[in-house]
Design a protein around this ligand. Structure first.
Ligand code: AR6
Length: 179
C-alpha cells in the first residue's frame, strides 16, 4: 500500500528491514547502542562489525533521539539508530517519545541529504508498545513530517509478518480517509 504526500510517497510493505535498498534503514536500538535482539540483532548480523564499531564511538543515545552510522555490508548506505520507549502503561510519555523517534530519524536523514528511508515498527517488539497505538503514532508523525518537509521522497515502513502489516494498513486507510 502507498499514499502520496505532496511529492513524497509513504509505502507499507511486509518484509525484512535488513534487505531494503533505501538510502538509510532505521534500527530499533537501545540507549547503549549495543547490539541486542530483534531488528537490532538482525541489522548488526547483516551489516557486519563496522556498524558496532561506529556505534561504540557515539557513546549511546537517549530515548526518543537518533544517531547515524554507515551501513556496513547492507544495501542501505546508512543506518539510523533510534531508541524507542519501553512501554509501561501509556502514562510515561511513551507516545511523545515514540513520535520523537520517527521525527528525529527523518530530520537526521534530511540533514544528510538522504532521499529514502525505511523504518521498522519501533518499540513494538521487546519494548512492548501495543501495535495499533504504535501504528497510529508512526503514521501520523511520518505524514505530518512529509507534509512540512519536502526533502525526503520515500518513507517505507517495513512490517514484520502479516499481522503487523494489516494493523498498519488499516490505520493508514483510516488516516487517508480523514485527510
Ligand atoms: N525486519 C523488520 N521488522 C522486524 C524484524 C526485521 N528483520 N525483526 C523484528 N521485527 P524489536 P523494540 C519487528 O524487538 O521493541 C533490541 O534488543 C518486530 O516484530 O526489534 O524497539 C534492542 O537492542 C517488532 O514489531 O525492537 C533493544 O534493546 C518490531 O520489529 C530492544 O530490542 C520492533 O521489535 C528494542 O525493542
Amino acid at each position: 500500500m502507498e499514499v502520496k504526500v505532496g511529492p513524497a510517497t509513504l509505502e507499507l510493505v511486509e518484509g525484512d528491514i535488513t534487505r531494503q535498498d533505501t538510502d538509510a534503514i532505521v534500527n530499533a536500538a537501545n540507549q547503549y547502542l549495543r547490539p541486542g535482539g530483534g531488528v537490532d540483532g538482525a541489522i548488526h548480523r547483516a551489516g557486519g562489525p563496522a556498524i558496532e564499531a561506529e556505534c561504540r564511538q557515539l557513546g549511546g543515545c537517549p530515548t526518543g533521539e537518533a544517531r547515524i552510522t554507515t551501513g556496513g555490508n547492507l544495501k542501505a548506505r546508512y543506518v539510523i539508530h533510534t531508541v524507542g520507549p519501553i512501554y509501561r502503561d501509556g502514562f510515561h510519555r511513551e507516545a511523545e517519545l515514540l513520535a520523537s523517534c520517527y521525527r528525529e530519524s527523518l530530520k537526521l536523514a534530511a540533514a544528510k541529504g538522504l532521499k529514502s528511508v525505511a523504518f521498522p515498527s519501533i518499540a513494538t517488539g521487546v519494548y512492548g508498545y501495543p501495535m495499533a497505538d504504535a501504528a497510529q503514532i508512526a503514521l501520523t508523525t511520518i505524514l505530518d513530517y512529509l507534509a512540512q518537509n519536502p526533502e525526503i521522497k520515500l518513507v517505507r515502513l517495513v512490517l514484520f509478518g502479516r499481522l503487523a502489516f494489516e494493523v498498519y494498513e488499516q490505520t493508514l486507510t483510516e488516516l487517508s480517509h480523514r485527510r
